[in-house]
Write a protein that binds this ligand. Structure first.
Ligand code: MSP
Length: 539
């Protein structure tokens, strides 16, 4: 079993292309693991508590629950529009989650890992946390990112984070690949020093914030939104579910990594929420709750989609009015183009500038012209010259041999790229293979072979050539499928195959299409996107 999660999205606003990217990245990995025959549990969802939600609901004069229900719908719709294959849905106002969080809080309280104290300091309303001098900028002020900052004195509950810091340092040293990419692991290592000096405030007084999970041992307080949100990974993987009579949750023993090392896991998150929440608080919470080192899920940290203004990259934000709406994009360009662009034009871990022109160019060149054209030409010629029927005519054929070898090399490099989360590289490799196949068609010139009707060797070569191309399409479709599930389903239907082959390198085999297998009719799967310049010319 492979347990995969994304960060859960704040429900205080509609989703943007950054949220869409994270879902697509995780979905590609989930589908890739499934295509290798691995059982996957893929969890995503929404983070519904906290001050910002309470404030937004007050502004709209509706209840917080009505407010989050409304915003949650956008995220549910986004997953459907992106064809995300998640198995579980985490929503933090779900009673099953609340029960799990309360049970865990009670346990930590009973074990003496929580204590109450009074604290006076500066508090960021936007980030819902107390600030220390370390958060001041070079001018000695709290920067814009903290929003409104007020001075506050209040009693709260604290988690003994400092007691976990030494363990976390050792854990990171022993697991240098806990965070990918590795420079992000260094960020966590540096951040652990802060955890040594300060415990984590895990409550908010109800008089100030009522929209949260009540502390089971002190009803005047609710749980800090991050402490609650991080626990979604446990609650929705079935942890403590026997106590909550939870329905439809997976078996925790199957989802979460156990000592038998048969289950692997991965949390996919953006760079902004690594330090401190996922990098520091989360492993410490798990360790305090009794989890072993090999049960702490590794983290894949992706970069951000920004917007280019002149020569500068700027953050997408509502206030700057530069937010890219994923729904609009899908409507305009189609799902395949959006998924392809998001995976293809971002180096996992780095930031990228969102660029509509690149979306169009990449789709038109690599999908419409290269892959789409290869599929169309192959099935067309197979129909015209061989009645759509596979015929593995034998015979020495160096070009066919070269095509098979190059596919084998591509498949191996593709697997390595996918294992290392280099999605863009994996797509470049597939595109090179497609180009190789298009050159192979030019070299073989099946249309010329078809004209020679009185030489049986040429007729055999024609059949062999087109069978090689159809077989290649099967292997390509299986590897493009995690990225382009809908397009590859269409191609599989045109090839008349019920199920694409398993893509485990160890089970790689040439000859998936049986002798006399009959393929179907070709139909373009990637219609070109009209570019503005083309539209003008057409006018
Ligand atoms: N609710 C918290 C996460 C709690 S996880 C226990 C949160 N939500 S968020 O809506 O602000 O962000 C959700 C995810 O989207 C995060 O992983 C974040 O990094 C990612 N992105 C937000 N903006 C992004 C871009 N512009 N580009 C790429 N991903 C971005 O944080």
């Amino acid at each position: 079993m492979f347990f995969l999660t994304t960060a859960i999205d704040y429900t205080n606003g509609a989703p943007h292309i950054g949220h869409a990217y994270e879902k697509v990245l995780a979905d590609v990995l989930a589908r890739w693991h499934r295509a290798q025959g691995t059982e996957v549990y893929f969890l995503t969802g929404v983070d519904q508590h906290g001050q910002k939600v309470q404030q937004s609901a007050e502004q709209q004069q509706i209840s917080p629950q009505d407010f989050v229900d409304k915003i949650t719908k956008y995220f549910v719709d986004l997953c459907a529009a992106l064809d995300i294959s998640n198995d579980g849905w985490a929503a933090t106002t779900d009673q099953r989650h609340i029960a799990c969080v309360q049970e865990l809080l009670q346990r930590l309280y009973d074990e003496g890992q929580l204590y109450k104290k009074s604290y006076k300091g500066f508090y960021s309303i936007r980030q819902e946390q107390f600030l220390t001098d370390k958060e001041r900028n070079d001018a000695g002020e709290f920067g814009e990112e903290w929003g409104e900052v007020i001075e506050l004195e209040e009693e709260n509950w604290y988690f003994k984070l400092s007691e976990q810091a030494e363990w976390l340092s050792g854990f990171l040293a022993a697991n240098p690949a806990h965070v990918t990419p590795s420079n992000r692991q260094s960020d966590v290592v540096n951040a652990v020093a802060k955890a040594k000096d300060a415990d984590l405030c895990i409550s908010r007084p109800k008089q100030r914030l009522h929209w949260g999970i009540e502390l089971p041992f002190d009803p005047d307080f609710v749980c800090y939104v991050w402490f609650d949100a991080l626990l979604n990974y446990l609650s929705f993987s079935g942890y403590l579910s026997s106590q909550t009579s939870a329905k439809e949750l997976p078996s925790f023993e199957q989802t979460w990594p156990q000592a038998d090392a048969k289950t692997h896991s991965l949390h996919v998150i953006g760079k902004d929420i690594l330090v401190p929440p996922h990098g520091v608080y989360w492993p410490c919470m798990l360790h305090a709750a009794g989890f072993q080192d090999d049960q702490i899920p590794p983290l894949l940290v992706h970069g951000w989609w920004n917007i280019k203004r002149g020569e500068q990259s700027e953050k997408m934000s509502k206030s700057l009015g530069n937010v890219v709406d994923p729904f609009q994009l899908i409507e305009q360009f189609g799902l395949d183009a959006v998924r392809y662009y998001l995976a293809r034009d971002m180096v996992t871990g780095k930031d990228s500038d969102f660029d509509l022109e690149r979306l169009t160019v990449l789709f038109n060149s690599e999908l419409a012209n290269d892959f789409g054209n290869l599929a169309n030409r192959t099935l067309n010629m197979l129909k015209r010259f061989c009645q759509s029927t596979i015929n593995w005519e034998s015979g020495d054929d160096s070009l066919c041999e070269k095509l098979r070898q190059s596919l084998q090399t591509t498949v191996q490099s593709y697997d390595t790229a996918m294992q290392e989360y280099r999605l863009s590289d994996a797509l470049v490799l597939l595109n090179e293979q497609v180009k190789h196949a298009n050159r192979f068609i030019e070299e073989k010139a099946p249309w010329s072979l078809a004209k020679i009707t009185d030489e049986p060797e040429k007729t055999a070569e024609l059949a062999r050539t087109l069978s090689h191309l159809a077989e290649l399409l099967v292997h390509l479709a299986a590897r493009y499928e995690p990225f382009l599930p809908q397009a590859c389903a269409k191609l599989a239907a045109q090839l008349r195959i019920e199920k694409l082959p398993c893509i485990q390198t160890s089970s790689y085999q040439w000859g998936f299409l049986a002798q006399e297998h009959e393929c179907g009719k070709p139909k373009p799967i990637f219609p070109r996107i009209q570019q503005e310049s083309e539209e003008k010319t057409a006018d």
